[in-house]
Design a protein around this ligand. Structure first.
Ligand SMILES: Nc1ncnc2c1ncn2[C@@H]1O[C@H](COP(=O)(O)OP(=O)(O)OP(=O)(O)O)[C@@H](O)[C@H]1O
Ligand SMILES: [Mg+2]
Length: 264
């Protein structure tokens, strides 16, 4: 028996300029409990818009969005957002708050007692593998990778069951990015989370996700497991997108075959 559906979009459309052009159109997707689902697609294809409908940072024009079986407009937006952790590009850390204060934002809104918040901050720093010694630093005093870790810790602070992530590791060097992505996958499993993540990195999606939703021009062009999508034979542009990591791997293999050892 498969796990219950936690996030469901059904025929969701949104336009921004009075209906002249659609940011997304007829988007239908589901995320089951415990799944990590990645949304991929080119710039402007509607990934961020889709994600933001889930916690009502964007209200839809048409269609239905449900979280844990309830329509998202059944709750006031702030109540919904406190139940869902999110890490969005452009919604950064508060620059004048310390690391600890940033992580504590939602627990504080929820009125947790101070000792519980302090304990939670310590626990989260460990969880995202940051040293306790940075708790009193400001975001400007951290590296990009450390800031991303604080962002993940802040999103997890009030123990949400659902996480929304929009290019959370986007602006990082490839090694840090790879490490953080793999670590997040382990956290997702360990904490039993349900995650919807946006990335434009096809390889990251293939390596990380249980299922992938491919968007193109505001619509869902394909969806399936990484294995299913690697064998996709529909829209050639989608097939080409999904085939990119394989082409890179083949090129790398050729380079490695011809590589000449160098002595330093
Ligand atoms: N607030 C807005 N006002 C007007 N148009 C918008 C707004 N937000 C998004 N759009 C438009 O909707 C479309 C989809 O945007 P969206 O941000 O969802 O794309 P995306 O797939 O996340 O792109 P990227 O990979 O560049 O982040 C784009 O054409 C964009 O210009
Ligand atoms: Mg985006």
């Amino acid at each position: 028996m498969s796990a219950p559906v936690v996030v469901a979009l059904d025929g969701v459309s949104k336009s921004f300029d009075g209906g002249a052009t659609f940011a997304i159109r007829g988007v239908t997707l589901t995320v089951r409990r415990g799944e990590l689902v990645a949304i991929i697609g080119p710039s402007g294809s509607g990934k961020t818009t889709t994600l933001k409908t889930v916690n009502r940072l964007i209200d839809v024009d048409e269609g239905r969005v449900a979280v844990a079986g309830e329509p998202v407009d059944a709750l006031p937006p702030h109540a919904l957002r406190r139940r869902i952790g999110y890490v969005f590009q452009g919604i950064g850390l508060f620059p004048h708050y310390t690391v600890a204060e940033n992580i504590a934002v939602t627990p504080q809104l929820l009125g947790w007692p101070r000792p519980r918040i302090a304990a939670r901050v310590r626990e989260l720093l460990d969880l995202v593998q940051l040293p306790q010694s940075i708790a009193n630093r400001l975001p400007a005093e951290l590296s990009g990778g450390q800031r991303q870790r604080v962002g993940v810790a802040r999103a997890l602070a009030a123990e949400p069951a659902i996480m929304l992530m929009d290019e959370p590791f986007g602006a990082l060097d490839p090694i840090t990015r790879d490490t953080l992505a793999a670590e997040y996958r382990r956290l997702h499993e360990r904490l039993g989370l349900t995650t919807l993540i946006v990335t434009h990195d096809v390889l990251e999606a293939l390596m990380l996700a249980d299922r992938i939703v491919v968007m193109r021009a505001g619509e869902v062009a394909a969806q399936g497991s990484p294995q299913e999508l690697l064998a996709f034979e529909g829209d050639p542009r989608v097939a080409q997108l999904l085939d990119m990591p394989r082409r890179h791997a083949e090129r790398l293999e050729r380079l490695l075959r011809d590589a000449v050892p160098m002595r330093g």
